[in-house]
Design a protein around this ligand. Structure first.
Ligand SMILES: [Zn+2]
Length: 156
């Protein structure tokens, strides 16, 4: 669930990106998929602004976020507070999704909570689902060994 930010110019208030640009950034997102990447992307963009002396509010208002999975409620709220106008994502997040699957933080009427943002769902959704399945099959090498495993080890 990695995110990557890209920017595009607003013309008539609606944001759109070319198919090539969407593919380029979604490929980046697919390559980097790990955790609550929206927060990582926000931190990286803020750092980028700091280093270049740019106004975060101006930068975020012209930023498109590409992420493999629908942002969770927490991340959707953060994206809204940062005033990101468009989020392109792969698969839905049926358990925690903040762009309509559980709550619609993206477009809800939430006073004093940033600005609603557009969503483009379903881009490379099947691939994103497969990546999640693969991710959850992996074992954490730093996790404590379970008691069931220890018993299995003693038997052999
Ligand atoms: Zn999240």
């Amino acid at each position: 669930m990695e995110a990557k930010a890209g920017s595009t110019a607003a013309t008539d208030g609606a944001y759109s990106v070319s198919a090539e640009e969407t593919e380029k950034w979604m490929e980046q997102a697919m390559q980097m998929a790990t955790r609550h990447a929206e927060m990582v992307a926000i931190d990286q963009a803020l750092d980028w602004c700091r280093r270049r002396g740019r106004s975060p509010s101006e930068v975020f208002e012209h930023t498109v976020l590409y992420v493999t999975v629908e942002p969770c409620i927490m991340c959707a709220a953060a994206l809204r507070l940062m005033r990101i106008p468009l989020v392109v994502y792969g698969c839905q997040n049926e358990r925690f999704g903040g762009c309509g699957s559980v709550l619609d933080i993206a477009s809800a009427d939430l006073p004093s909570t940033g600005k609603p943002f557009q969503c483009t769902p379903g881009y490379r959704a099947e691939e994103a689902v497969e990546m999640l399945k693969t991710f959850y099959k992996q074992e954490n090498p730093n996790a404590p060994k379970s008691k069931v495993r220890k018993k299995e080890c003693h038997k052999s």
